[in-house]
Design a protein around this ligand. Structure first.
Ligand code: KIV
Length: 254
């Protein structure tokens, strides 16, 4: 069974674990501990310091996918297609192939079931993403809260399933609706701010490590405060250099 089929087969049987990574060392540390490594366009915010994800380019993504895939020998690597790179079938296929050539085993797109279907027909493994879709959304709130919006989201999920996505990210969706969607589609759902009933979970690694503190959405749990650890190391190094304590004899050549 290939890696993508394995993820599909985990639906309702085994919870899927996904995190983001954007470089070799981070990928190497999480390889095999998570089922999927997403090279997300969240990179634009947590690595490049932009206000949103829309300035990330294909060149940025291909570089990051290459770096991550060299560190990931066991986890499935999925690359995000940036905004504007899958507006039509031709661009979508060309850019997906660029990420596959760079080392991804699948691509992720936000909404657009017709493009997902075209890519799948052309042999590309597609992860869909619905709910709060950061590339295009203006209302950064929980999605599908009223009956009409909830119905639309359920229909959209079914359309992504029919388009042969192999999995579907649900972002910022009420727990009950995410459960209903999960029960209504044949593919695994992977939640971020979508409650415990999804088939898997994803978070942005820099959020869980305390490396990004511009803001913290309610759904983010901090599992470490690596940012503080790093700051402490920078302070100690700077102090020792300024006081002439580093490099001591131990770190010098004679
Ligand atoms: O870009 C990203 O990291 C994502 C996840 C938050 C799902 O799309």
């Amino acid at each position: 069974m290939d890696a993508v089929q394995k993820i599909k087969s985990m639906k309702s049987r085994q919870r899927i674990v996904m995190l983001t990574a954007y470089d070799f060392p981070m990928a190497k540390l999480m390889d095999g501990l998570v089922d999927i490594i997403l090279v997300g366009d969240s990179m634009g915010m947590v690595v490049f310091g932009y206000d949103n994800t829309t300035k990330v380019t294909m060149q940025d993504m291909a570089r990051a996918v290459g770096s991550v895939s060299r560190g990931a020998k066991n986890s499935l690597v999925v690359g995000d297609l940036p905004i504007g790179t899958y507006d039509n079938e031709k661009d979508a296929l060309k850019n997906s192939r660029l990420l596959i050539d760079a080392g991804a085993q699948a691509v992720k797109i936000e909404r657009k079931p017709e493009i997902a279907g075209f890519l799948a027909k052309n042999g590309i493994n597609v992860m869909g993403h619905i709910g709060l879709t950061p590339q295009t959304i203006t209302n950064f709130k929980v999605q599908g809260k009223n009956e009409e919006d909830a119905k639309k989201l359920l229909e959209e999920a079914k359309a992504m399933d029919n388009a042969k996505c192999f999995s579907l990210v649900l972002e910022c969706v009420p727990i009950g609706l995410a459960e209903k969607i999960t029960q209504s589609v044949s593919i695994p759902t992977i939640g971020i701010g979508a409650g415990v009933h999804c088939d898997g979970q994803v978070l942005v690694t820099h959020d869980i490590l305390g490396l990004f503190d511009a803001f913290k959405p309610k759904f983010v749990k901090r599992y470490a405060q690596i940012g503080n650890e790093m700051k402490g190391a920078f302070e100690r190094y700077a102090k020792e250099v300024r006081e002439g304590k580093f490099p001591s004899d131990e770190f010098s050549f004679h």
